[in-house]
Ligand binder design. Structure first.
Ligand code: GDP
Ligand code: MG
Length: 782
């Protein structure tokens, strides 16, 4: 039978893993290998995806993917007993005491070498927590060239010569997502002096799978066993000494969250980096494992490719196991000649025949076989942890069949309410009064000093009002990120993706895109920034392009203004309709994208559902600080420039004289150029166009501009009719995102895409406004 036929609670032993290519490799890397025991926990509320338990952790698979995996039902979950009876003993000291360090042959790096450390581990293993402990506040965020994945560098606290890099969370060194390629390339090409491999001890089997591959690289490595507090708290223990002996590298038990063992970890890391002590063991294939076929195959290939690997600068053992597993990227780099390629094929085919498993499965199985020996010897598994029981209870409600979606709406509703109506406005008022006071002060000082009125106008209207209005978003963005990082760190976001996956697949996205879309209703800027967490470039781009359709809060003033004037009786109806129009157009656009620009499937939904954990105040603060810095940086670069340009256009005429009436300004002249374009949709008045143009800076600007340009209420009613107002509303809903949003799109996708978004959104808005106008005319609206 296949896994999709399993009933909740039923357990099965995997017999065969189907599928192909990198998806199949990903299954294997996540521990879905022949012989592994797997239990169906539950189905998502919409019956897809499925949640399984395997190797002691929760994994999601879509029904269609699960149908590629063959398994045999087993009665009761079979418990494997571990031999460890010993209590945990103190961890041995540093390498000086003789274990890895051979004083006779020691070869320290020259004094003053800048040591590079790489922090590598699974997602949710505690990397960020450890990174923050290691670096304190000495860090900066940068981007990997080409791929926009956050890379964080930080100076190790107390060691000014040592830099730690936090790499994206990965499960394997096979290139499955762009993040995995980033991490793999970093380790292979930038050659850190030492890898700090962080292992989540509560799902140690899966975590050690990555360790096995890292050790093959032959780079000095320390293993940090994280979450030891949960492990020991639930009666588990690890025999650190035997684990060190079996892995051949220092193993340090730590709790990153409680800052336990971190000092010792640092000492070990510095020591082995300084003396370049490589792992003692790389040979994890047993000659007695299933007849030793895999072992013989690996060693044969090692001999075969030794010269090519050293030429290509790839550790030979790593290269061998990768090309046996079918990794083409590595194979290409090795440049084997025809004879060697054929030899390689023969060796691999022979191994497949003897082992009875195909190439990738047999390599994955070899690694897991060794891991089983390690955990059987060294790890006393805890009883079911309190954290897991608590998670399951929470999940009964949060992902339950009937409660999941109501809870989701409730939680998101609360987040939005608090952000936009309670905390955000409070902080906004505070900030605004601060900026306001500064504004008055500066303007007074300048007037007292008889500064040129043009300069006063630039500082006052350009800088303070322009940048100030953008800065006023800062509190909302920071508050929004506070809540989101709380939800993310606690493990809830992974559940939302699980619950929503089926719905989003219909429009060509996966469950993970739901978060940016939701944030989009608040503000497009943080929404675009939050797409970083999406695993595939295709999904990421598509999500970024869809977020502007979620009507952001800055447009609310526009809606309320026009509604109050023209549709006072149907206010809520009109506003709700606008939101719905935005969503519907978004869905339509997504469907079009799916058929054209972004063909292909959304990423498979193979994801870990971590236990719910208490978020770390430190991580959350760090993240908020990062976002704040990021935003302020942008406010004072791109946005400041744009503001100054618009201010200039608005205040001067073509003879560069300061104008008294904006009618004669350059901006009005430019708006005049747009009249022919805007007339068909009923927005041909230059004042409407000017206010829409200034709305590009910040959407609230539309209303203040209209107020300024029309002056009297009568004036508004002569130009704007309900029909014009309808077009105006729909156009404002859909036209180009504001400059802050475009700047963040540019940062994520590049200049071309950002420009494309502006043009594309304007066209869509134009078309929709036209349709609305035609419908209005057909119904005899004026
Ligand atoms: P990352 O995804 O690898 O960066 O992991 P994070 O640092 O974001 O940690 C994931 C979750 O595990 C967070 O909720 C942390 O608070 C929690 N966590 C990290 N280290 C520990 C630890 O040592 N013990 C416990 N109990 N929780 C931890
Ligand atoms: Mg993290």
């Amino acid at each position: 039978m296949t896994l999709d036929k399993l009933l909740p609670g039923q357990s099965a032993r995997i017999t065969q893993v189907g599928g192909e290519g990198s998806l199949r490799q990903h299954f294997l890397d996540m521990g879905v290998i022949p012989g592994a025991e797997i239990t169906l926990v539950k189905l998502a509320p919409m019956k897809d995806p499925m949640e399984f338990r395997i190797h002691g952790y929760e994994l999601t698979l879509r029904v269609s993917d699960a149908s590629h995996i063959e398994a045999q039902i087993i009665g009761k979950s079979e418990k494997t007993d571990t031999k460890v009876k010993k209590k945990a003993i103190d961890h041995p000291g540093l390498g000086e005491d003789g274990k890895y360090h051979d004083p006779k042959n020691e070869n320290p790096l020259p004094e003053g070498t800048k040591l590079k450390f790489a922090l590598v581990g699974n997602q949710n293993s505690g990397k960020t927590t450890l990174f923050n402990q290691l670096t304190g506040s000495n860090q900066h965020v940068g981007n990997f060239p080409g791929v926009t994945v956050d890379r964080k560098d930080g100076v190790l606290r107390g060691y000014p010569n040592a830099v730690v890099t936090d790499l994206p969370g990965i499960y394997s060194m096979s290139p499955y997502s762009s993040e995995e390629i980033v991490s793999r390339d970093f380790v292979l090409k930038e050659r850190p002096h030492c890898i700090i491999n962080i292992v989540d001890v509560t799902s140690i089997d899966r975590s050690l799978y990555l360790t096995m591959q890292l050790l093959e690289l032959g780079i000095p490595t320390v293993v940090a066993l994280n979450m030891m507090d949960e492990m020991t708290g639930n009666g588990g223990s690890v025999d650190i000494n035997s684990m060190e002996a079996m892995l051949g590298v220092p193993v340090v038990p730590i709790s990153a969250a409680k800052n336990q063992g971190v000092d010792e970890l640092v000492k070990h890391a510095i020591h082995i980096a300084m003396y370049q002590e490589c792992p003692l063991k790389q040979d994890f294939c047993g000659s007695d494992d299933n007849g030793g076929a895999v072992h013989r195959c690996i060693h044969a290939v090692i001999h075969l490719i030794e010269d090519h690997a050293s030429e290509a600068g790839i550790p030979v053992r790593f290269a061998a196991s990768k090309i046996i597993g079918g990794d083409h990227l590595i194979l290409d780099q090795l440049r084997l000649d025809q004879n060697e390629l054929e030899l390689l094929d023969h060796i691999v085919i022979q191994m497949e025949k003897e082992r009875g498993l195909d190439r990738s499965a047999s390599i994955a199985d070899m690694r897991y076989a060794y891991i089983r020996t390690v955990t059987a010897t060294c790890v006393k598994k805890p009883r079911e942890s309190g954290e897991h029981i608590r998670s399951q209870k929470l999940d009964k409600v949060l992902t339950g069949r009937f409660t999941a979606i109501p809870m989701f709406i409730l939680i998101m509703g609360a987040v939005f309410f608090l952000t936009f109506f309670v905390i955000g406005p409070f902080l906004q008022d505070l900030l605004a009064s601060g900026i306001g006071a500064l504004h008055t002060l500066v303007v007074r000082a300048m007037e007292a000093g008889n500064v040129n009125p043009a300069v006063v106008s630039l500082v006052s209207e350009g800088i303070f009002e322009g940048v100030g209005s953008v800065l006023s978003f800062l509190p909302i963005i920071v508050t929004m990120f506070l809540f989101l990082s709380l939800l993310e760190d606690s493990g809830y976001i992974a559940r939302v993706a699980f619950v929503m996956d089926k719905m989003l697949r219909k429009i060509g996205l996966s469950g993970r895109s739901i978060v940016p879309m939701l944030i989009g209703f608040g503000c497009t800027v943080p929404a675009v920034m939050s797409t970083r967490t999406l695993p595939s470039e295709r999904d990421r781009k598509m999500t970024i392009l869809l977020t502007p359709f979620m009507s952001c809060t800055a447009k609310l003033p526009i809606y309320s203004f026009f509604v109050a004037f023209f549709f006072p009786k149907a206010g809520w109806l009109v506003i709700t309709a606008l939101y719905l129009i935005g969503i519907c157009i978004g869905i339509l656009v997504a469907l079009v994208f799916k058929k054209t620009l972004f063909k292909g499937e959304a990423v498979p939904f193979v994801m870990e559902l971590p236990n719910y954990r208490m978020p770390q105040a430190k991580n959350v603060m760090q993240l908020m600080w990062d976002k704040t810095k990021d935003f302020i940086h942008r406010a004072f670069s791109v946005i400041l420039l744009a503001t100054i340009i618009v201010w200039f256009l608005k205040s001067f005429d073509f003879h560069f004289n300061l104008v008294a009436d904006s009618h004669s300004s350059i901006l009005a002249a430019i708006a005049g150029l747009l009249v022919p374009v805007m007339r068909p949709i009923g927005l041909g008045d230059w004042r409407l166009i000017t206010s829409l143009v200034s709305g590009f800076l910040a959407k609230e600007g539309v209303v203040s501009m209209i107020g300024m340009l029309f002056r009297t209420e009568g004036g508004i009613h002569t130009v704007i009719t309900p029909l014009v107002a309808s077009s105006m509303l729909v156009f404002s809903l859909l036209y180009t995102p504001c400059v802050a949003a475009v700047a963040s799109i540019r940062r994520e996708m590049g200049r071309k895409w950002a420009l494309g978004v502006v043009l594309w959104q304007c066209s869509v808005a134009w078309l929709c406004a036209l349709i609305v106008r035609l419908i209005g005319l057909a119904f005899g609206m004026v």
